[in-house]
Design a binder for this molecule. Sequence first.
Ligand code: ATP
Length: 366
Amino acid sequence: MAKVRLEHVWKRFGKVVAVKDFNLETEDGEFVVFVGPSGCGKTTTLRMIAGLEEISEGKIFIGDRLVNDVPPKDRDIAMVFQNYALYPHMNVYENMAFGLRLRRVPREEIDRRVKEAARILKIEHLLNRKPRELSGGQRQRVAMGRAIVREPQVFLMDEPLSNLDAKLRVEMRAEIAKLQRRLGVTTIYVTHDQVEAMTLGHRIVVMKDGEVQQVDTPLNLYDFPANRFVAGFIGSPAMNFIKARVEAQGEALYLAHPAFRIRTNAVLAQALRPYAGKEVWMGVRPEHIGLKGWTVIPEGENVVRGEVEVVEPLGAETEIHVSVDGTLLTAKVDGHAPVRPGEKVELLVDTERLHAFDPETEQAIG
Ligand code: ATP
C-alpha cells in the first residue's frame, strides 16, 4: 500500500496542453476514480503515474519516493488496460506468471501467488486455457489476476470494463469493488462513465479540458457540485439548468422565470442575496421535481406549470420532458403517474435541493 501524490503536474504534447496543474494526494488503500469526457486528460495522467508518459512539469510521488525519473517496471505499480493485453500463445497460468518470471521470482512463490489470485478471482478451472478460449469477462479476470500476482503498491486501471457488455460490466464492477476492499491496495481507475465512477470511487476526480474540476466523495459531488460542469456531469438524467432572475422581497428570495417563481430556502437565499436583480443559472435535478399529486414534495411557492412533450416509462419511474414557456425541463416522476404527451401538468420543485450557479464563472453559489 502506498499513497500517490501529484504536485502541479502538467503534460504538453507540442502545443496541446493535455493536463494542467494536476494536484492530488490519495490515502493509503484508497480507490480514486478519474472521470470526465473523452480527451479531458484522464489517460494521460494515469500514464504519467505509470511512467509510460513523461511529465512536462511537476512531481509525482509513490509512497515517499519521487518517481519522475523511475522507469515503469521499478515503480511498484500494476496496470490493467482496456484491451487486457493478454499473450495469445500463453495459457492463463503462464499469462499470470509471466511478469513474475521476468522479475526472477522463485518458482514456488510464483505458483503460490498465481493459485491464490486464481482462487480469489474464481478462475482456478481456467488456468490451462488460452485467451481465445475465454469469454470477455473471464479475460478481464485474467488481466486482473496478472495485476494481483505482482502484489504491487498501487493498481492503475484504464477503463478495464469498457469491452464488456452492459450486464457483465455491472457484475464486474461489483467484483472490482469487492476485490479492492479485500486487497486494500491503493487504486486509481480511469473511466468516462459517471455511474462507474460513483459506484467504485471512495473519491472521484472530475476532469474537463485537462483541468481538475472537483475532487470529492460521490455523495458530495452529487449534493455539492463545485460548478455547472460537475453538476451536469454527475447524475442521470442530467441536472436541468434554467436562466432565472434573482428577486428579493423582504426576507424572501425568489428565482424567477417568465413562467414561474420559486422561493428559495433560507440557506440559498443568503448565498443569492448579492445577486439580487441579476440572472443566474438555476439547477434542479430531474429526481427533485415531482408531479403534483404523485410526489412527497410539499406544495408552496414552488409550482412550475408546463406541457408534457415526451414520456419515457422506465418501470418504477417515468422520465417526462415538459415544455415550460419554451424551456424544456426533465422530471423523474412516479412510474404509475398517468401522464401523456400534450397534457398540461403542475410540477413541484424540491426547494431544499435547488442549486444556483454564477452566470459568468459557472461556479456554484452557496
Ligand atoms: P479518452 O476517454 O478518450 O481516452 P482521456 O480523457 O483519457 O480521453 P487523454 O487520452 O489523456 O484523454 O488525452 C488528453 C489530450 O491529449 C487529448 O486532447 C489528446 O488528443 C491529447 N493527446 C493524448 N496523447 C497524445 C499524444 N501522444 N500526442 C498528442 N496529443 C495527445
